[in-house]
Structures are given as structure tokens and as C-alpha cells.
Design a protein around this ligand. Structure first.
Ligand code: HEC
Length: 151
């Protein structure tokens, strides 16, 4: 179960970021940086409770399925807000997002595939499928954050 403990750390980082982000305002028209950051926060709000459920061994098939479905809805939101010229404070994105767009797109696709698989696993209501599928989504978040999000 130790693997699921790592998700708590991810949630903690987001709480820290929330506090840190209070200082710099996104003053540009349409607030692209703020909008995508809010979109990622919306994603973690439905992703994290699935990890808690697995970690605390209180898997609830209906609730889990609702969250996995909500993640599919919310996964669309951030990407169109990474336009050219949107690398400015308070962004936590690294310059690589704009320097290596093909790699960024590859990571985004990997994440979409993993969330598709998680939804299928949630629909199967088979914990033996759900646990590795959840971990694969977690790994896809990490795999993109490592190069593309500053810590
Ligand atoms: C394809 C790349 C990619 C994937 C996949 C990805 N992220 Fe991110 N994420 C980013 C980038 C880039 C930022 C920084 C955005 C900014 O500050 O401009 C970010 C920011 C965040 C933030 C911080 C928002 C804030 O400012 O407070 C959270 C939380 C987050 N991501 C959670 C997740 C979770 C959870 C997943 C997986 C379920 C995930 N991300 C998947 C690239 C990704």
C-alpha cells in the first residue's frame, strides 16, 4: 500500500502551491495561467479522493466510478490555455512546455490513455484492475510534471 502514500504528498504540494500562488496575480486578459492552474486543481480534487479510498481500503464502487468519470470530464480543460506567450508569473510550468511541444503532447496523450484505462477498470469494479490503473494515472501525472512543471 506504500505506493498510495505518495499521492498524499502530491496533494500536500498542491496545498502549498495554493498558498504560494496567492501572491502573484495573473493580470493578462483571459487569465490563461490562472485558468489552467484552476483546471489542474479541479482535476486533483477528483483524482485525490480515489487514492484515499484505495489507501484506506474503503473502496466504494459507485463513488469510485463517479470520480473516474469526473476525471475524464475535467482532463480536457487545461491544455488550450498553454498558448504561445503564456510563460509568465505566476506559472509553475517550465520553459520546456514551449520548447518541446511534441514531448508535452506525448505526455498529455499518455495521461489520456491512462485515464481511459482507469475508467474501464472502475466500470469493471474489480479492485485488482483498479489499483494498477490508478497507479498508472498517478505515474502519468508525475511523468509530465517531472520535465514540465517546476517544483
Ligand atoms: C501533460 C502534462 C501534465 C499532465 C499529464 C498533468 N499535469 Fe499537472 N501540471 C502540468 C503543468 C505544466 C502545470 C503547471 C501549470 C502552470 O502553473 O502554468 C501543472 C500544474 C498542476 C497543479 C498545480 C496547479 C496550481 O497552480 O496550484 C496540480 C495540482 C496538478 N498539475 C495536478 C495534476 C494531476 C493530479 C495530474 C494527473 C491526474 C496532472 N496534474 C497531470 C502538466 C501536467
Amino acid at each position: 500500500m506504500q505506493k498510495f502514500a505518495r499521492i498524499a504528498l502530491l496533494a500536500l504540494c498542491s496545498a502549498t502551491l495554493l498558498a504560494a500562488c496567492g501572491e502573484a496575480e495573473d493580470t493578462r486578459p483571459g487569465q490563461p495561467v490562472k485558468t489552467r492552474q484552476v483546471a489542474f486543481k479541479e482535476m486533483i480534487k477528483v483524482f485525490e479522493p480515489m487514492g484515499v479510498m484505495l489507501r484506506e481500503k474503503r473502496y466504494d464502487e459507485e463513488k469510485f466510478l463517479r470520480l473516474a468519470t469526473a476525471l475524464i470530464d475535467k482532463r480536457e480543460a487545461p491544455w488550450t490555455h498553454f498558448g504561445p506567450d503564456t510563460n509568465y508569473p505566476p506559472t509553475k510550468a517550465t520553459a520546456k512546455v514551449w520548447e518541446e511541444p511534441a514531448r508535452f503532447e506525448e505526455e498529455r496523450k499518455r495521461f489520456f490513455t491512462a485515464t481511459d484505462q482507469l475508467l474501464l477498470a472502475a466500470q469493471s469494479k474489480d479492485l485488482k484492475r483498479i489499483e494498477p490503473a490508478y497507479q498508472a494515472v498517478y505515474d502519468s501525472c508525475k511523468s509530465c510534471h517531472n520535465p514540465f512543471k517546476a517544483r
